[in-house]
Design a protein around this ligand. Structure first.
Ligand code: ADP
Length: 488
């Protein structure tokens, strides 16, 4: 099969800049495509963290101002483990440290439409005949609203095939009409079947309208976003583009998330050596100020604290949790009232419930290894990584049946135990009581050591590597390239 030239465009990439799942995907998927023998290059803004990581980046091109509102910039080239990076350098737009989207007060950065308009514009340029470097992509793969305008330029100006991946349809990148001109787009693009969305310019909607192919990060989420409840107003467009839409489940980085080598753990273990997991539990209990005991069930949470993640359910069943032989270790940050709620919960039950507010990658590994069961009752979850990390760490998760959670977690039942697929617990309905019932079910199940071991091993033995996903993306790219050729 012929080699593809793929431009992977992203606004975050682990380990340098990461606010969520997209950061992890951007590190893993291009690496897997590169390993599969394709010529893939990653385009990302040259944030301070990248400047620090790649001080020897070389100038690849000077980029003139390409639209009235877009400043001139430079493309720098660097490499990570053999994978070429293209760093979009424009200090006036990307020079601030911290969160890539928010300012120090937690507000959207004012110049986001320009910052990510420029990223999209340059991405498109690299898929066009007048690419500023000695390379042209035959497919431009953009991710979320931050790069979703690239397919729009490619549509109106010509150029390569494009693929847009929706990691979370709730973030649409909506801005005023005036940006149409600043970004150098034609006025006739302002249509309901163009870039306009309820009187605004929506980057994501525009990308979904014009990309050659669309993907989301799980098959269930690809179905859900065609439904008003999950589609945030984009459901009719998603239904309209159904034949161009695919669901491809993310993989995980199985080297970074490997309980038999993870440097953050006090004790390494594997599916056939699960007894060694216990030491991680006592170490975690000690670290988080919980009573050190093995007979209580330790539930873990690692999450953004937002409405999406459904963790408010836990705050409504405090008395119920108090009555269970359980402990809870929470690592998260996000909305102020949820942070306050969890802090108060920890104060109310010292030794039983511990909460750490903040982002702490190392502790996240220790919670995955130390907890008995992971809680992820998301209201919606495009793919979700933490439930896959949990499965791999022998820490069966409790989840709602939505998105990628539904595609990865198989509820324990007589049938699924018999066919060796049972690997976690799925909420039976959407109420706080269902959450409590699931936690109670786990506390009751765990003492049956043989059955619990089987549930853990079923999860640990499933293949969550990027190999399958990379293969599916390659066929999606080929499909997009053929479709684009037919358009010409
Ligand atoms: P989302 O992208 O919606 O936040 P995912 O489960 O897909 O949810 O990905 C979340 C990623 O961010 C995971 O790698 C998870 O471990 C990490 N994460 C989230 N919150 C924290 C935190 N407070 N500390 C450390 N890692 C976190």
């Amino acid at each position: 099969m012929s080699q593809l030239s793929i431009l992977f465009v992203t606004s975050e990439m682990a380990p340098w800049v990461k606010t969520g799942g997209l950061g992890d995907v951007s590190a893993a998927l291009p690496a897997a495509l590169h390993k599969a023998g394709h010529d893939v290059r990653v385009l990302i803004p040259n944030y301070p963290a990248l400047q620090a990581a790649f001080p020897q980046a070389r100038l690849a091109a000077q980029l003139p101002a390409l639209a009235p509102g877009l400043p001139p910039a430079r493309l720098l080239s660097a490499e990570t483990a053999g994978l070429p990076l293209l760093l979009l350098d424009c200090p006036e737009l990307y020079g601030n440290a911290g969160n890539p989207y928010l300012d120090d007060h937690g507000h959207d950065r004012q110049d986001n439409p320009i910052r990510f308009g420029l990223l999209s514009r340059i991405a498109a340029l690299l898929g066009q005949a007048h690419s500023p470097i000695d390379w042209q992509a035959n497919v431009v793969h953009v991710n979320d609203w931050q790069s979703a305008m690239a397919p729009v330029y490619l549509h109106f100006e010509g150029g390569s095939a494009s693929v847009v991946t929706v990691h979370n349809i709730a973030f649409m990148g909506c801005f005023g009409h005036e940006y149409l001109a600043s970004l150098g787009l034609p006025q006739h693009a302002w249509r309901f079947d163009g870039v306009e969305f309820h009187g605004q310019l929506s980057f994501l909607k525009a990308g979904l309208q014009f990309a050659t192919r669309i993907s989301t990060v799980s098959p269930t989420y690809a179905r859900e976003i065609q439904d008003e409840h999950f589609g945030y107003g984009l459901a009719p467009l998603m239904r309209h583009r159904e034949s161009a839409l695919r669901g491809i489940l993310n993989g995980i980085d199985t080297e970074i998330w490997n309980p038999s080598t993870d440097p953050e753990l006090v004790s390494h273990y594997a599916a056939n050596r699960l007894a060694a997991k216990r030491k991680n539990k006592s170490a975690l209990q000690e670290e988080m100020g919980l009573e050190v005991a093995d007979d209580v069930t330790l539930f873990g949470v690692i999450s953004r604290l937002t409405h999406q993640k459904g963790l408010d359910l836990l705050l409504t069943i405090q008395d119920g949790m108090a009555a269970l032989p359980m402990q809870l270790a929470v690592l998260g940050s996000g909305e102020r009232d949820l942070e306050a709620g969890f802090s108060a919960l920890a104060k109310r039950y010292p030794g039983k419930i511990a909460v750490k507010l903040g982002f702490d990658e190392a502790l996240a590994h220790r919670i995955e290894a130390g907890a008995d069961c992971f809680l992820m009752p998301s209201r919606f979850e495009p793919c979700g990584l933490n439930q896959m990390y949990s499965l791999r760490y022998g820490t069966p998760p409790i989840v709602r049946a939505t998105g990628g959670l539904a595609d990865t977690v198989v509820d324990v039942s007589e049938e699924t135990l018999a066919n060796m697929t049972a690997n976690g617990f799925v909420l039976r309905d959407d109420t706080p009581h269902a959450m409590w019932l699931a936690m109670e079910r786990v506390c009751r199940s765990r003492p049956d050591k043989r059955q619990w071991l089987r549930i853990q091993q079923n999860g640990m033995r499933r293949d969550f590597s990027w190999k399958q996903a990379a293969h599916d993306y390659i066929s999606l790219y080929r499909d997009a390239i053929s479709a684009r050729e037919l358009e010409r």
